[in-house]
Design a protein around this ligand. Structure first.
Ligand SMILES: Cc1cc2nc3c(=O)[nH]c(=O)nc-3n(C[C@H](O)[C@H](O)[C@H](O)COP(=O)(O)OP(=O)(O)OC[C@H]3O[C@@H](n4cnc5c(N)ncnc54)[C@H](O)[C@@H]3O)c2cc1C
Length: 501
């Protein structure tokens, strides 16, 4: 039986393991951390549950290809519940409220009532979101294994989205937002990602939500990774944690040995690296950085990144009255040298067990651009200063929360603060980025081949292979890595030969 060694136990590594086992390969996942999940993780603080990741998970509609992949890995299907919010977010700008409703008629009517001057633009926006609902992330085969008919089928399915892509394809979120007079709509277009993102990402987000293809798993991030872990183990896979790879020996065109921090090593027959790609290049040697990644790393203007500072607040009373997600404007405050004038609130009230009985927990997201990573990286060298700055920012946010939610004044206390440096420290995330490269209007959507020139038995998985990253891209690249490995060994007919569901 062919043996596959997988480095990294995040979503992409777990997916690769599951598909390896489903295809009759023997596999083992080596995860550097003490727990699996990578960026899709959670932990406990003072009796509260800190969810580090999922705000929306695309692929929850059975009409989409990726649904099958989530089903294969055990995240969707029998016993897996989704939270289906009525609106994606509420924006409150100086007391005027707008919502990204799941019901697009309702969203259109509300936007027209708050911004009659933007009437034509609102009609076009809603029409674009409607037509974009047919968009698909190719999830069943890697691009080079897709034949003419696969491509035609996909194109036909997505035909209504083509004119939308042509119309909005060259715009950034900032370009689209500034066409509107209403600050509420401008903020809804910006939502919670950087303005350098291409405008289509906002349409994609709301279209998926309206199409029932972007919901929230009950139980949050854990329910994704723990279900994947269980599925992998049930299929006979093996997971070893606290196995941080420190180098990979290469002889000729083959990776021959993976060396771990604890002094042990394994001799892989085939190797799937699902670590952040920057970590993979450190392990195998920077001479293997291919033209694609070299270009991305050398051109941060075309391939920007972003991260977050997250502040979690315990609330002494239930938070059911607070929207599931809200963005409101506020007095500016400074974070890592940049003024912030909004507060993005994520409320976990509908996730049972995230807060003790009679209490609540809120997550505040503060977008951090790639140049801000350096600030956090430097500050971290002085732990006291790092801690003090995180506390200062948390207190600034607290003041604004109390002003916006006066009924809750005195009920908030800071539970946890996370910076881009934290993401880097715990998972090796390049510059703390928690998605891959941002999809901008300056370059085409990038889909990497998943292999590196000169290395025959190494296959890549992970969100960095497909802009803009995130859970769905991490997931499908795990599947693709196994398809590529099997194709390379002339064993593709064996793919998913052990279907169990
Ligand atoms: C705050 C936040 C919010 C997010 N929200 C969403 C969301 O709402 N929707 C969405 O789709 N996505 C979201 N994401 C992104 C999503 O979490 C990631 O895209 C996804 O989890 C990436 O998976 P991955 O397997 O590619 O990489 P990772 O999760 O980074 O997995 C890589 C694994 O490799 C391990 N590793 C690293 N170095 C080594 C080594 N040397 N040896 C062994 N193991 C190693 C790491 O510990 C990690 O477990 C969010 C992420 C964060 C942090």
């Amino acid at each position: 039986m062919s043996k596959v060694t997988i480095i990294g136990g995040g979503v992409s590594g777990l997916a690769a393991g599951i598909y390896a086992q489903m295809s009759g390969l023997e596999s083992e996942i080596f995860e550097g951390h003490s727990v699996i999940g990578g960026q899709c993780t959670s932990w406990k603080r003072k009796g509260f549950h800190i969810d580090n990741c999922v705000h929306w998970m695309t692929g929850t509609s059975s009409k989409k290809e990726i649904y099958q992949v989530w089903k294969d890995v055990g995240v969707i299907g029998e016993g897996c519940k989704m939270i289906e919010h009525e609106y994606f977010m509420q924006v409150d700008f100086d007391g005027v409220k707008g919502h990204a409703w799941r019901d697009l008629n309702k969203m259109e009517a509300e936007l027209l009532s708050i911004a009659p001057d933007d009437k034509e633009l609102i009609h076009s926006l809603i029409k674009a979101i409607r037509n974009f609902q047919c968009i698909e992330l190719p999830a069943l085969k890697p691009k080079e294994q897709m034949g003419f008919f696969d491509n035609m089928k996909l194109l036909w399915k997505m035909r209504k989205a083509i004119p939308v892509a042509v119309k909005y394809g060259k715009m950034t979120i900032g370009d689209l937002a500034q066409q509107f007079k209403s600050p509420v709509i401008r903020q809804m277009i910006h939502n919670y990602v950087p303005e350098t993102y291409f405008a289509i990402s906002t349409l994609y987000m709301y279209a998926n939500f309206a199409a029932g293809n972007a919901d929230l798993p009950l139980g949050g991030s854990d329910s994704i990774t723990l279900k994947m872990r269980d599925r992998y183990l049930q299929l006979g896979g093996k997971i070893s944690t606290k196995k941080k790879a420190v180098s990979i020996d290469v002889e000729g065109t083959r990776c021959t040995k993976v060396n771990f921090e604890d002094g042990t090593s394994v001799m892989p027959e085939d190797l799937i690296c699902s670590t952040d790609v920057s970590v993979t290049f450190k392990l195998i040697g920077e001479r293997y950085i291919d033209d694609h990644f070299k270009y991305c790393y050398d051109n941060p203007d075309k391939y920007p990144l972003f991260s977050n500072m997250n502040v979690y607040f315990a609330v002494d009373v239930p938070t059911d009255e607070i929207p599931n997600m809200e963005i409101f404007n506020c007095e500016p405050y400074t974070v890592a040298g940049r003024d912030v004038n909004i507060v993005i609130v994520n409320n976990f009230a509908d996730q049972p067990g995230f807060a003790p009985e009679g209490k609540g927990i809120l997550e505040i997201l503060i977008v951090q651009y790639d140049h801000q990573y350096e600030y956090w990286d430097n500050l971290y060298k002085d732990r006291e200063a790092y801690r003090a700055e995180k506390e200062r920012i948390a207190q600034e946010v607290l003041k604004r929360l109390e002003k916006h939610y006066p009924k809750f004044a005195g009920k908030f206390s800071v539970l946890e603060t996370v910076t881009p440096k934290s993401f880097n420290r715990y998972t090796g995330a390049f510059k703390g980025a928690y998605m891959g490269f941002i999809q901008t209007n300056l370059v085409k959507k990038e889909v990497h081949s998943g292999v590196l020139p000169g290395l025959d038995n190494l296959f890549l998985a992970g969100q960095w292979l497909q802009t803009p990253g995130g859970l769905p891209n991490a997931l499908v690249t795990g599947r693709f890595a196994v398809q590529r490995l099997l194709k390379h060994k002339n064993m593709l007919q064996q793919f998913c030969c052990k279907k169990t569901k």
